[in-house]
Ligand binder design. Structure first.
Ligand SMILES: [Zn+2]
Length: 220
């Protein structure tokens, strides 16, 4: 009897081990899929949509969430996807934009600042003073903003989330561009692309340091 049962046990053990290994592989594969780097293309125009729920949810558990009474659709769209990518920031956000006047994106950036994310903004001196610009509101909220000194446009349009995700393309963060222009935005988690953009941001950030403004050294 013993001689019959004994050989079966190693078989059973082997089968169980194989099943366990299979399960472990499946779990690892799921994790790998979850961690796969972001690669997303967004095209605009994005139809007018209500982003209230998305922004309210991102404001945190203590924030009041009331259903928005506006009649706009709540569909997934390029603007909501862009907002989600930005709102995924946990540590840092660098923004380098020629024009920034979209209220929803402005609200998202202020929200991140309130959540403790280190936000830095580089923008164009001429555009930032125009009516509707979000730059004043960002500064009022305590966000660091630096701008060029008027020699050529600061014409970049990119952002870097947590030093790992690059958002770049033709899109200025204006409602006009978002709702009416044909624009493209690429979202990538790829260190080979993120690094040169971060370096460029730091280079511009230093160049636009207010202590280096020419009018300070001209003695006028
Ligand atoms: Zn709404």
């Amino acid at each position: 009897m013993w001689a019959v049962v004994a050989p079966r046990r190693p078989l059973l053990a082997a089968a169980m081990a194989a099943a366990a290994a299979g399960l472990a592989l499946a779990v690892a594969a799921r994790r790998w899929r979850r961690r796969r780097p972001v690669r997303e293309v967004l095209f605009f125009p994005s139809p007018p949509s209500c982003t209230e729920a998305l922004l309210a949810e991102a404001a945190g558990p203590g924030a009041p969430v009331q259903p928005c009474p506006c009649p706009l659709p709540r569909n997934d769209c390029s603007l909501s996807r862009l907002l989600r990518r930005l709102l995924s920031a946990r540590r840092s956000l660098e923004i380098c934009l020629f024009a920034f006047s979209c209220p929803q994106l402005g609200r998202a950036v202020r929200l991140l600042h309130r959540r403790g994310v280190r936000v830095r903004v580089v923008t164009d001196a001429q555009y930032m003073g125009l009516r509707g610009s979000q730059i004043g509101l960002l500064r009022h909220a305590g966000i660091q903003v630096r701008h060029d000194q008027g020699c050529g446009y600061m014409h970049h349009k990119f952002a870097i989330v947590d030093r790992r995700m690059l958002i770049t393309g033709s899109l200025n963060w204006t409602t006009q561009a978002i709702q009416t222009n044909r624009e493209n935005v690429l979202v990538v988690e790829d260190a080979e692309y993120v690094k040169p953009y971060l370096d460029e941001f730091e280079r511009i950030w230093e160049e636009y340091n207010p202590t280096k403004y020419r009018f300070l050294s001209q003695g006028q």
